[in-house]
Design a protein around this ligand. Sequence first.
Ligand SMILES: C[S@@+](CC[C@H](N)C(=O)[O-])C[C@H]1O[C@@H](n2cnc3c(N)ncnc32)[C@H](O)[C@@H]1O
Length: 309
Amino acid sequence: MTSVKQEYEDYLALAETAGEDVSISNVIFDENSNHSQPRPSHDLGIDAIYTVQHQFGLGWLVSLIKKEPEAFPHRGEPGKFTCIDVGSQIEFVANMATFTNFVIVDPSLNLPEEGVSLPDLGIALNAKEGQDLSFLESSSMCVISSFHAIEHFGLGRYGDTLDPTGDVSAMREFNRVLVNGGFFMGSVPITLSGYERVEFNKQRVYSVKRIQEMLRDAGFDVVKSVCAVSTELIQKTLKNYGGHREFTFPASVVTPQDYEDSMRQFVDTDGDIFIEKNGAGHAAYIFLAQKQSATTSPDIDELNSHMAF
Ligand SMILES: C[S@@+](CC[C@H](N)C(=O)[O-])C[C@H]1O[C@@H](n2cnc3c(N)ncnc32)[C@H](O)[C@@H]1O
C-alpha cells in the first residue's frame, strides 16, 4: 500500500495541476496520519438491536412530550429535570436531551459526589448506581430510560457493587422515583423461556415471560413491547457453528410471540440453542412500561393513539 507520506506528495502535485479549482491551497502534513482500516466483509457498521432500541426509545419519548409538553423541561429551563437515563450511552441520551433535559446515572463515570451539570447540553451526570437513586425524591420523574443496562447491575463488570438482586432492586427504585402513571422504557437481552441465565460477569439473559413478570412485580404495566432480533448476527453464527442453514425469522422486529415461536428452530437435539453457543446477544425485549397507580387509571388507548410506533 502507498505510504501516507507518498500520498501527500502525490496530492500536492495533483493540487498544483488543479490550480484555482482547489478549495483550500494551504496543505500541511499531519505526522500522525494513517490509513483507516476497512471494515471486515459483512460488517455493516450497524448494531441492529441498539439501533432499533434507540429508535423506539426516542419515538416513545417524543410521543410522550407531544402529549404533555409542560411535564418536560428543556434547555431553556436549566436545572429542571423530569427524565433520567440509567446505565447510559451518553451520546444517545444527549440526543434525547434535544427534546427534554436528562439526568444521566452511571457508576462507570468518574465524577465528584455531587455530579456534573452541563446545562447547555440539557444533561447532568451522576456516578451513582441504579439500585440507589436516593439523590432523587420519590414520585419526582416522568420518564426513566434504561436500555441494555439492568442486566448488568450488580455483576461488577463495570466497577459496580456486587449485588445478585441488582436488577430487581433497580426496577423497584425506578418505580419509587417515578410519578404515578410515569414511564419506564428500556430493553434487556432475551432467550427462549427455560433458557434464562446469568453469564457472569457479562450479563443476565432473560426470557420475555421472566422480564414481564419482573416488571409487573416491581409495579409496572407493559404498554408497548417488541422483540428486536439481529438476523445478521444469527446468519454469521450459523455459518460458524451449524454450517450455512436456512432459517426463518419473520423480520428483525417481531412480536414477543413470534420471537418465541421462531427461536424454537434453533434448539438442537441436545436441547441447546446452538446459535447461542458463542454467547452472542441475538435478541432484545424492548418495552415501554407504566407505573401502576392506585389513584389514576392510565388511559392506555388514548396514549397509544399518540405513539409514533
Ligand atoms: C451496555 S451499556 C448500556 C448501553 C446504553 N444504555 C445504550 O442505550 O446504548 C451498560 C451500562 O450500564 C452501566 N451500569 C453497570 N452497572 C450499573 C448500575 N448498577 N447502575 C447503573 N448503571 C450501571 C455500565 O456502566 C454501562 O454504561
